[in-house]
Design a protein around this ligand. Structure first.
Ligand SMILES: [Zn+2]
Ligand SMILES: [Zn+2]
Length: 236
């Protein structure tokens, strides 16, 4: 005896609502929105998001910490910024992970008839709370929330974006933080410097200069900006 759906002519057996899943629901799942494998995979992804956020937030603070206070010159003559990893900043900042999780939470709250948009604080404070809410209510959503397929797909994409960035950073030498500003005999060193979220240590592979603390990071960033300002001055 098995309870896998048989195909009857002229009868469309209910399938999972998740885009591109299309699994036929088992007889014991009839009435549900998504299949159980989709629910399980989504639960795992949600549970991993706070850790992924923390790792990306470390990288983002590393880049922000290097900004020079005061900014030096006033008015329009700004030095070209050293390219930060915009996708990291976008995911940990406003409109990023926290906002995308909040939107899903609010949609579920609305469907449940609950108060929407409870105060959650900064993204770093909000992400664990959103994920806890989503984990607690995922069984309900997969069972009864008609739009859950889109949310499952959004969560899968968000998780994939974060994983790609974090995995990229684990490989050494993948986060580029600008050119080495050290002066050598015939001008600037100019080697592309790299850093990882796991360590504050930056070492130039060409001239051997090292920056190991956040204070030294700020000096590095200031020196890079001075070089860029000089180059901009020459070009102007
Ligand atoms: Zn499914
Ligand atoms: Zn160098």
């Amino acid at each position: 005896m098995h309870d896998h759906p048989a195909d009857f002519e002229g009868y469309d057996w209910p399938v999972c609502v998740t885009p591109r899943c299309d699994r036929k629901l088992w007889a014991s799942e009839i009435g549900r929105q998504s299949c159980r494998p989709c629910e399980d995979a989504t639960g795992t992804r949600i549970a991993e998001l706070p850790g992924l956020f923390r790792q990306m937030n470390t990288t983002a603070s590393l880049m922000r910490g290097a900004r020079r206070p005061g900014g030096g010159s006033t008015s329009g003559s700004k030095t070209p910024p050293i390219p930060p990893r915009l996708e990291v900043l976008a995911l940990v900042g406003p409109g990023g992970i926290a906002t995308r999780l909040r939107d899903i939470e609010d949609a579920w709250r609305k469907a449940l008839g609950w108060t929407v948009a409870p105060w959650r604080g900064s993204p770093a404070q909000a992400v664990p709370q959103h994920t806890q809410f989503l984990l607690n209510n995922l069984p309900w959503a997969c069972d009864a929330y008609q739009s859950v397929g889109q949310d499952i797909d959004d969560l899968r994409r968000l998780h994939a974006e974060c994983t790609a960035i974090v995995n990229d950073e684990r490989r050494p030498g993948r986060v580029q933080i600008g050119l080495c500003p050290i002066r050598v005999d015939d001008g600037l060193c100019g080697q592309q410097l790299t850093a990882s979220a796991a360590s504050h240590r930056v070492r130039c592979g060409n001239c051997g200069a090292r920056w190991e603390t956040l204070g030294e990071w700020r000096e590095l960033r200031a020196a890079q900006e001075a070089v860029l300002a000089e180059a901009a001055g020459v070009a102007a």
